[in-house]
Design a protein around this ligand. Structure first.
Ligand code: PRX
Length: 647
């Protein structure tokens, strides 16, 4: 019973356009194969070759020490500073090149060149030092998407303080839990930030979140929202006042390769959030190499990743990876549809964005809003598209390709996790023939395998657990303060392997298809179906915008399918429509997958990063009250509405 049935078939495939391939960083499959083989057969030689490119202040004595597995040490004894990698080393060649092109939600803009960003980071670092913050201290960062957020990360990195970014949409309680867990001595925040046309009062949340936490001695406040704030003398200081008298230079701390660079909390499916620990040298090697190859980065690119820096995607692919490569990065403060449904596309046109990286949930939202919005703007600057965060259903993939990419841009569907630090499975845009919905192939040094629950390797097209056989430089080094949970969660379920928690299959050509979190698999009469595939079948119906599928207990079949479905505004979700939709799923997948129950809803409960909270839906489907961590939920009213449905 350990395999996951896979039921969806996708035969379309898209080779890299010839024009793209010719100019690509990597444009032929043979070279990819050779480099991949070397990275697996002689990983230390491979990674040594990559790491040498970085500016180490002390060279490493060994590439990898895996003798204390699962505790990895990469680039042993090497010394390096992340802010120097991202800034100082570009100054000779790129001082005047824009590093950050920022757009505020109200339409204000700022551009910081590499020289300006370096100076600002040095000044902020000096400001932090003047408050007694130093190497090894943990600093919480709770900010809107403004340039000072990137500056704050890099300023911490410069002095060797460990940053812990907490997404600006979290509540005071979530903030408190994370600040306490990391015993952060300082918080960097803003008075407020713009979101959907109004100012979110961030400082107010900080005040409530740290009340009574005496170990927080400093709160640095950037002026952004211009909203009123309460003030605690001695503890609070304005960012601009803190920086007023400081020097423009700040020597970067020579950090040990294995010194922590940051903590980032990720919610487990149950229990308290885990503070994922990433260290310095390996993380920089992993993020910089993936950025270069996956995004095919060239000197003149304008690169936009729409994630918030509060998530790993923003850490790795707004800040560290792109800046380590000297890229021009677009950063946007606000909501994708404020003040109008075409805002993203307006920004693509305005800044002549060439590389665009977003999440499937955003793509589905735009699909629902209609092609007329992107069509109003000139998107011809785009040459590469990417997705991350969940499997992209083939319909959305095709829409993204045609409507946003004009049929000419390769799509990189990148699979990875907060824990992996960098992209693990992905097409290389000049090499890989893509298949809609597949994250395709392993990146260099990544050795994935599909196994059953006993760890036995499965064959082609057999759905099972996705695991990684080899350590990789940007891997997590632990869960902050909880060694036991680190070993238990990732390393003990499948001995000797890293267990990612995802189901997947590999097709006969070696392409990986992610089937979603294994906690989400539904078992109907002994058939294990991935919720993702049933959802994909539902949204392939033209009237369906979004669907979330969960299992609920069933006396006869063990579990049965309950589907929560959002339909287009002009569709009446009556009984006849429900019947037609169930038949649609039956014809796409088979009768087995026909939902036992359909619930039509205006919205689905999601985390703030756009993931559907299936755990909550499972409870609703089973008619029980949810318990456990809900700090990541985007909109509580959705949950209340879904519950009302029962009454
Ligand atoms: O289930 C996989 C899904 O997102 C999980 C990791 O979530 P998080 O740590 O928040 O990081 C998201 C950004 C890297 C994975 O275990 N996931 C991520 N990317 C994909 C994906 N599922 C399918 N396809 C992807 N491209």
């Amino acid at each position: 019973m350990s395999q996951i049935d896979n039921v969806l078939h996708e035969d379309r495939r898209f080779a890299p356009p010839e024009e793209f391939r010719e100019r690509a960083v990597l444009g032929d499959e043979e070279t990819y194969r050779r480099m991949y083989r070397e990275s697996i057969e002689s990983p230390e030689t491979f990674w040594d070759g990559v790491a040498r490119e970085l500016p180490w202040s002390e060279p490493y004595s060994r590439v990898l020490d895996w003798s204390q597995a699962p505790r990895a040490r990469w680039f042993v004894d090497g010394r390096i500073n992340a802010s120097a990698v991202c800034l100082d080393r570009h100054l000779p060649e790129r001082a005047e090149k824009p590093a950050i092109v920022w757009e505020g939600e109200p339409g204000d803009t700022r551009t910081l060149t590499y020289a300006e960003l370096q100076r600002e980071v040095c000044r902020a670092a000096n400001g932090l030092k003047s408050r007694g913050i130093s190497r090894g201290d943990r600093v919480a960062i709770y900010m809107p998407m403004i340039p000072e957020l990137a500056v704050a990360l890099l300023a911490c990195a410069r002095i060797g303080a460990v940053h812990s970014v907490i997404f600006g949409g979290f509540s005071a309680q979530a903030l408190r839990d994370r600040i306490e867990d990391g015993s952060c001595c300082a918080v960097i925040t803003a008075d407020g930030g713009w979101r959907r046309g109004s100012v979110l009062p961030l400082k107010r949340e900080v005040d409530a979140g740290i009340e009574g936490l005496d170990f927080v001695h400093t709160v640095v406040v950037v002026r952004r929202g211009e909203n009123e704030v309460a003030w605690t003398e001695g503890r609070d200081c304005w960012y601009h006042e803190l920086l007023a008298g400081v020097a423009n230079e700040c020597e970067p701390e020579a950090m040990d390769s294995e010194d922590p660079l940051f903590l980032l909390y990720t919610s487990g499916s149950t229990g308290k959030p885990k503070g994922i620990v990433h260290t310095t040298g390996g993380y920089l090697v992993g993020t910089s190499l993936t950025t270069k190859y996956v995004f095919d980065l060239r000197e003149d690119d304008v690169y936009w990743c729409t994630a918030d820096i509060g998530w790993i995607t923003g850490h790795s692919y707004i800040v560290y990876g792109p800046l380590a490569n000297g890229a021009t990065v677009v950063m946007y403060e606000g909501a994708p549809t404020t003040p109008h449904a075409g805002r993203f596309w307006e920004l693509v046109e305005k800044h002549r964005v060439t590389i665009f990286y977003t999440a499937p949930t955003a793509i589905r939202t735009f699909m629902r809003l209609g092609a007329e919005h992107p069509e109003r703007f000139d998107l011809s600057s785009l040459r590469l598209l990417g997705t991350v965060g969940e499997s992209i259903n083939p319909e959305a993939w095709m829409w993204y390709r045609d409507t946003i990419g004009g049929g000419r841009c390769p799509i990189v569907d990148t699979w990875w996790q907060t824990e992996t630090g960098a992209i693990m499975l992905t097409p290389l845009p000049g090499v890989t023939e893509t298949k809609p919905g597949s994250a395709t192939w392993p990146f260099f040094g990544v050795d994935p395998v599909i196994v059953d629950e006993q760890g036995n390797e499965l064959g082609a097209n057999e759905g099972g657990l996705l695991a990684l056989r080899k350590p990789w430089p940007s891997m997590l080094r632990g869960i902050w303060g909880d060694e036991e949970r680190f070993r238990e969660t990732y390393w003990s379920q499948l001995p000797g392997l890293y267990f990612a928690g995802d189901g997947a299959r590999r097709d006969e050509e070696g392409y990986f298809w992610i089937l979603g979190r294994v906690d989400d698999v539904i078992n109907i009469s002994g058939h294990r179906l991935s919720t993702m595939e049933v959802e994909s079948a539902l949204v392939s119906h033209p009237a369906v915008c979004e669907a979330a599928v969960v299992g609920r207990p069933d006396e006869v079949t063990g579990q049965s399918i309950c589907a929560f479905v959002t339909v287009a505004a002009d569709v009446e979700a009556d009984a006849a429509f429900g019947a037609a939709l169930r038949e649609h799923v039956a014809s796409e997948i088979g009768k087995l997958a026909r939902p036992a129950e359909l619930r039509f809803t205006d919205a689905l409960p999601k985390t703030r990063s756009g993931k559907i909270m299936r755990r909550l839906l499972r409870d609703i489907a089973a008619g029980i009250e949810s318990v456990g961590d809900m700090s990541t939920i985007e909109d509580y009213s959705v949950l209340a509405k879904l519950r009302d449905y029962d009454d």
